[in-house]
Design a protein around this ligand. Structure first.
Ligand SMILES: *[C@@H]1O[C@H](CO)[C@@H](O)[C@H](O)[C@H]1NC(C)=O
Ligand SMILES: *[C@@H]1O[C@H](CO)[C@@H](O)[C@H](O)[C@H]1NC(C)=O
Ligand SMILES: *[C@@H]1O[C@H](CO)[C@@H](O)[C@H](O)[C@H]1NC(C)=O
Ligand SMILES: *[C@@H]1O[C@H](CO)[C@@H](O)[C@H](O)[C@H]1NC(C)=O
Ligand SMILES: *[C@@H]1O[C@H](CO)[C@@H](O)[C@H](O)[C@H]1NC(C)=O
Ligand SMILES: *[C@@H]1O[C@H](CO)[C@@H](O)[C@H](O)[C@H]1NC(C)=O
Length: 534
C-alpha cells in the first residue's frame, strides 16, 4: 500500500509539473518518423500525423496553411503511461513546401519544409540495406542525388524488440533532402541504394515528391519481419523458436523482432506502397525454405491489413507491394534451394501479380551475377538494373500505366506438346510482349517411364539436381512463342515428358544472357517449373 501511495503521489506531482510547469514541450512531440523535410502522403489519401503528449484529454490543433485546422484530443496509448495524439490532414495535392503547426496547452510543434507526394517503404535484408557508396558507379550516382531535392529520405536504426514498439528506438537519420551529402553515408548504413534508385525512377516519371523510408536489417528472416498474426497463418506455435539474445539484446533472428521494432512504429503513417528485397537467409532448409510460399504472402497480407487499420483506412489495405526475386549467388552450375525460394517468392505461380499475390510486382534479377563483388557475390553491385526493372513493373501495377504493359517481363501462357515430334511449344502470348531469345539454353525437361502417372512430381524432384532433369535446346522461336525439343532427353527407358523447368539454377546465366526477354524493355522472363498432366 505504501508503495502505491508513493506512486500516486509521484504521479500527481508529475502531471502538475507538466500541466503548470511550463516545460511540457519536452514530452509534447511528434513520433520520430515525423520531421522537417519529410514527405507526407498526398491525396486522395489523408495523411496521418501523430505524436506523444504528457496528459490525456488535451486538445491538439494541427494547422496546415491554406487548408485550415484539424483538432484532436490526446489519449492514453497502448503502453502504460504513454499519451498519444493522432490527426488526419485533409487530402492534399502533391507539392509544397508547407509548414505544419501543432499546438496544445503543452506547447507548439512545427514541421517545416514538408512536401506532399507518395511515401514508399523499402524493407528486407542486406541487399536492401546495401548502400549508395557500395553500388556500381557510386561516385556518379551519389553526385546525381543533388538533382533530386524533392526526394526525401528517412532511415531507422537496425533494432529489435520482443514487443511492438510505439516508436522507433533509434534512428540512423531523421528526414533529409536528397543530396550528395545525405545519400552518400557510411557503408551498410546510409542510404539504401535500391531504395534511392527506385525512388529516383519514380520521381523522374511522376514529377512529384517521393518520400523513402528505408527500414532493413542484413541477414534476417521473413519470420523476423512478420507479426505473430502473420506467423500464425503458416506455423504452429511450437514451430516458433525461443527468443534469442546476443550481448544482452534481442537477436534479429527472433521471430517478429523486426516487425516489432522496425515496422510497427510506422503503421500509423499513411503510405503509398512498399518494396522488399529479402529471402537469402530463408534458403537453407533449417530456415523454413519450404514454408516461404506461405510466410511471405502472409506477411504481405498482414502488413496491408495493419498499415490500413492503423491509419484509419488511409493506407490502402491492398497497397502495392513490390519485391526483388533473388539474384545469382555462386558461380557455376550450382543446384541449391535458390530456385525454390524464387518460386516461393511468387507463391508458386512463377509470375506476379497472381490470384494469391494481388497487386504485387517483381523485379527478376537471376541474370545479374556479380561474382567479383567486393561485398561478396551474394551482394551484387548492380542495383541500377534491379531498380529499373522494379520501377517498370511498379508503373504497371502501382500506377496503372496500362500503356507500359508491353514492357513487362514475359511469362508462359501455355504449353503445347507435339508428341510425334517430341517438341513443346511454349507460348508467351498472354502478355502484350514481344519476346527476344538471347541463347538457346535454359530449359530442362524431366522424363518419366510411363504415361499413366497421375502426379509426375513423384518422378521429377522439385528442388534438387537430378538425372531426371536434362538440358534441352530451344529449336525455334517467334515473337510470342518458342519451341523446345526433348527427343534427345526422353529416350527408351523414360520416353514420356513429365516436367519442364526454366533457368532452375542458383546462377543460371551470364550477365543479361538468360534465354527469354521482353524485346522492348529487356525485362527477363522469370524462372518456372511446370509439371505435365499425363
Ligand atoms: C504557441 O503559439 C501561439 C500562437 O501560435 C502562441 O500564442 C503561444 O504563446 C505559443 N506557445 C508556446 C508555449 O510557445
Ligand atoms: C558499372 O558502371 C560503369 C560506369 O562506371 C558502367 O559503364 C557499367 O556498365 C556498369 N556495369 C553494369 C554491369 O551495370
Ligand atoms: C558482442 O560481445 C562480444 C564479446 O563480448 C564482442 O566481441 C562483440 O563485438 C559484441 N558484438 C556486438 C554486435 O556488439
Ligand atoms: C509450399 O511449398 C511446399 C514445398 O516446398 C509444398 O509442399 C506446399 O504445398 C506449398 N504450399 C503452398 C501453400 O503452396
Ligand atoms: C497506431 O496504430 C495502432 C494500431 O492500430 C493503434 O493501436 C495506436 O493507437 C495508433 N497510435 C496512434 C498514435 O494513433
Ligand atoms: C487505369 O487506367 C485505365 C486506362 O487508362 C482507366 O480506364 C482505369 O479507370 C484506371 N484505373 C484506375 C484504378 O485508376
Amino acid at each position: 500500500m505504501k508503495t502505491l501511495d508513493m506512486f500516486t503521489l509521484l504521479s500527481v506531482i508529475y502531471i502538475s509539473f507538466f500541466t503548470f510547469g511550463g516545460v511540457a514541450a519536452s514530452s509534447f512531440k511528434f513520433a520520430s518518423s515525423y520531421g522537417d523535410h519529410m514527405v507526407l502522403q498526398q491525396s486522395p489519401h489523408k495523411s496521418t500525423i501523430w505524436g506523444f503528449a504528457s496528459t490525456a484529454g488535451e486538445i491538439v490543433t494541427v494547422h496546415v496553411p491554406g487548408k485550415g485546422s484539424v483538432t484532436t484530443a490526446t489519449r492514453s496509448g497502448n503502453d502504460p503511461g504513454v499519451v498519444v495524439w493522432t490527426a488526419q490532414l485533409p487530402p492534399m495535392d502533391a507539392g509544397g513546401p508547407y509548414t505544419i503547426t501543432v499546438t496544445s496547452r503543452e506547447g507548439n510543434l512545427t514541421l517545416s519544409d514538408v512536401l506532399f507526394g507518395d511515401v514508399w517503404v523499402c524493407s528486407g535484408q542486406s541487399n536492401m540495406q546495401f548502400t549508395m557508396n557500395m553500388a556500381n558507379n557510386s561516385a556518379a550516382e551519389i553526385k546525381d542525388a543533388d538533382n533530386y531535392p524533392n526526394i526525401r529520405l528517412f532511415t531507422p536504426m537496425q533494432t529489435t524488440s520482443i514487443k511492438p514498439e510505439a516508436d522507433f528506438l533509434e534512428l540512423h537519420h531523421g528526414w533529409v533532402v536528397s543530396s550528395r551529402e545525405t545519400v552518400g553515408g557510411k557503408t551498410w548504413q546510409y542510404f539504401s541504394a535500391l531504395c534511392f534508385m527506385y525512388g529516383k525512377h519514380l520521381y523522374s516519371t511522376l514529377k512529384y515528391p517521393i518520400g523513402l523510408v528505408a527500414t532493413s536489417y542484413g541477414g534476417t528472416l521473413v519470420e523476423a519481419w512478420s507479426s505473430p498474426d502473420a506467423l500464425d497463418k503458416c506455423l504452429s506455435k511450437n514451430e516458433i523458436p525461443a527468443i534469442k539474445y546476443k550481448n544482452g539484446t534481442v537477436d534479429p533472428s527472433t521471430y517478429s523482432s523486426l516487425w516489432n521494432a522496425m515496422v510497427y512504429p510506422l503503421l500509423n503513417m499513411t503510405i503509398y506502397g512498399a518494396i522488399w528485397y529479402q529471402g537469402e537467409s530463408n534458403i537453407w532448409p533449417q530456415q523454413r525454405l519450404d514454408s516461404y510460399n506461405c510466410t511471405f504472402p502472409a506477411m504481405i497480407d498482414d502488413w496491408r491489413r495493419k498499415f490500413s487499420d492503423a491509419s484509419g483506412g488511409q493506407t490502402s489495405d491492398m497497397f502495392p507491394f513490390g519485391f526483388v526475386q533473388l539474384a545469382p549467388y555462386r558461380k557455376g552450375k550450382v543446384y541449391s534451394g535458390w530456385p525454390t525460394l524464387r518460386w516461393h517468392q511468387t507463391a508458386d505461380c512463377g509470375y506476379v501479380p497472381n490470384a494469391r499475390l494481388k497487386n504485387t510486382f517483381m523485379a527478376v534479377a537471376m541474370d545479374l551475377p556479380d561474382f567479383t563483388s567486393p561485398y561478396g557475390s551474394i551482394h551484387p553491385e548492380y542495383k541500377q538494373d534491379i531498380a529499373d526493372r522494379l520501377y517498370t513493373e511498379a508503373m504497371i501495377v502501382a500506377y496503372n500505366r496500362t500503356d507500359m504493359l508491353n514492357r513487362r517481363g514475359p511469362f508462359p501462357s501455355g504449353f503445347t506438346e507435339v508428341v510425334d515430334l517430341k517438341t513443346v511449344i511454349i507460348s508467351y502470348a498472354n502478355s502484350k510482349t514481344t519476346i527476344e531469345m538471347r541463347t538457346n539454353n535454359g530449359f530442362e525437361v524431366c522424363c518419366v517411364p510411363r504415361n499413366d502417372i497421375s502426379d509426375t512430381r513423384v518422378f521429377c524432384p522439385f528442388a534438387s539436381p537430378s538425372t531426371q532433369w536434362k538440358d534441352v535446346p530451344i529449336t525455334a522461336s517467334d515473337s510470342t512463342s518458342l519451341t523446345i525439343d526433348y527427343h534427345s532427353a526422353c529416350t527408351s527407358s523414360n520416353p514420356y515428358l513429365g516436367g519442364i523447368r526454366y533457368e532452375w539454377l542458383e546462377s543460371p546465366c551470364d550477365m543479361k544472357k538468360c534465354a527469354v526477354y521482353n524485346k522492348l524493355s529487356g525485362s527477363p522472363a522469370p524462372p518456372f517449373i511446370h509439371f505435365v498432366t499425363l
